[in-house]
Design a protein around this ligand. Structure first.
Ligand SMILES: Cc1cc2nc3c(=O)[nH]c(=O)nc-3n(C[C@H](O)[C@H](O)[C@H](O)COP(=O)(O)O)c2cc1C
Length: 358
């Protein structure tokens, strides 16, 4: 595959996807201000690189919750990989394993956790349903299937106003299922009603009453570490870890929830000033270049999550397309480290960052 960068992979993917999938994958909430801000904010941070360091050997590997990764990159949970490729999440999970990254499987995947477990190490992303028996079952099934952490998404108590999905009446095509929920025979996702199938599903079934005390409830069900995803406020970051979470993902859901919310790299810079470094600090949103990963780590993150680019890779080439995305990022990251004068992850520090003037 002769792509130079993630943008080229995206451009190719957009020519392959049908309208339903393309709009669903690409879009953000309302005016998509946050969607673009996530990416733009990285361009507004400059790298104050160092020279005359021996960079003939670069180690990009890192330990995340006891798992050694080839680089500080995890695959963000994204719903419905079957819209991109017939091999669905199996292709993504295989690619992650092959390239030494970690796959996070969405509650709304087209592949059941029981089928992911034998393929690759994974974390399970949880949406809490009003039906707590169902929710408990999801956690238990994920743990039994081999998940090593639960990622609790907290920035979507209600669905963001995704006007494109609503305008185009996004639905899950009938040949795909929400495989983790199959025994419940939910049909909302296939019916757009007056919005989108996803808005229909989330509005009727997800639990908007979730609060911090539910972390305690989750801890009574499973011993797996809990990572809270969708935090931008330093105070919430503090409460998350005090409530028993092992870490957080600084995230605004890739600009798909509250539009005009803070970009995630800016939120990370605020959070990392007071965050207890015993806990895992992850960030996602708009990461498209190796230099973005350097900036996120310099701002205090232990690792980053990648969302849409993985879907572009999956679209253009299934497993090998996702591998291409990961390998492209790894090469760029290694190159950026060398040119910044750092040889290992622990040497990436905030001295490397300056805010663009004006
Ligand atoms: C198509 C799509 C589906 C998503 N589905 C989920 C999901 O099921 N659960 C979740 O926690 N986040 C979901 N997200 C948000 C991602 O986990 C992640 O926060 C976001 O994509 C990161 O931004 P990026 O796409 O700019 O890398 C989704 C994002 C996209 C683009």
């Amino acid at each position: 595959m002769k792509f130079q960068n993630l943008q080229e992979i995206k451009s190719k993917a957009l020519t392959i996807l049908d309208d339903n999938a393309r709009n669903y994958y690409c879009s953000g909430a309302c005016d998509e201000v946050t969607l673009s801000a996530n990416q733009m904010a990285y361009q507004n941070i400059e790298l104050l690189f160092r020279v005359m360091v021996d960079v003939s050997r670069i180690d990009t590997s890192v330990d995340i919750l006891g798992t050694r990764l080839s680089m500080p990159v995890l695959i963000a949970p994204t719903a419905f990989h079957g819209l991109a490729h017939q091999d669905k999440e199996l292709a993504t999970a295989r690619a992650a394993k092959k390239r030494g990254c970690l796959f996070i499987n969405s509650t709304l995947s087209n592949t059941a956790v029981e089928d992911i477990g034998p393929i690759a190490p994974f974390w399970f992303q949880l949406y809490v349903y009003r039906d707590r028996v169902l929710t408990k079952e999801l956690i238990e099934r994920a743990e039994a299937a081999g998940a090593t952490a639960v990622v609790l998404t907290v920035d979507a108590p209600v669905l963001g106003l995704r006007e494109t999905d609503s305008r185009k009446s996004f639905v899950l095509p009938s040949h795909l299922t929400c495989a983790n929920l199959e025994s419940y025979n939910f049909t909302e996702i296939y019916q757009a009603d007056d919005g989108s199938g996803l808005a229909n599903h989330v509005g009727k079934l997800h639990d908007a009453s979730l609060t911090w005390k539910d972390i305690e409830w989750m801890r009574s069900i499973s011993k797996l570490p809990i990572i809270v995803k969708g935090v931008v406020h330093p105070e919430d970051a503090r409460i998350a870890t005090e409530s028993g979470a092992s870490g957080i993902v600084v995230s605004n859901h890739g600009g798909r929830q509250l539009d005009t919310s803070i970009s995630t790299i800016e939120a990370l810079q605020r959070i990392s000033q007071t965050f207890d470094s015993k806990h895992l600090l992850l960030v996602d949103g708009g990461i498209r270049r190796g230099t973005d990963i350097v900036k996120a780590l310099a701002a205090g993150a232990d690792a980053v999550l990648i969302g849409r680019p993985v879907l572009w890779g999956l679209t253009v080439g299934g497993q090998s397309g996702v591998e291409k995305v990961l390998e492209t990022l790894r090469k760029e990251f290694e190159n950026a480290m060398a040119l910044c004068g750092v040889t290992s992850i622990d040497k990436i520090s905030k001295d490397l960052l300056v805010k663009k003037a004006g």
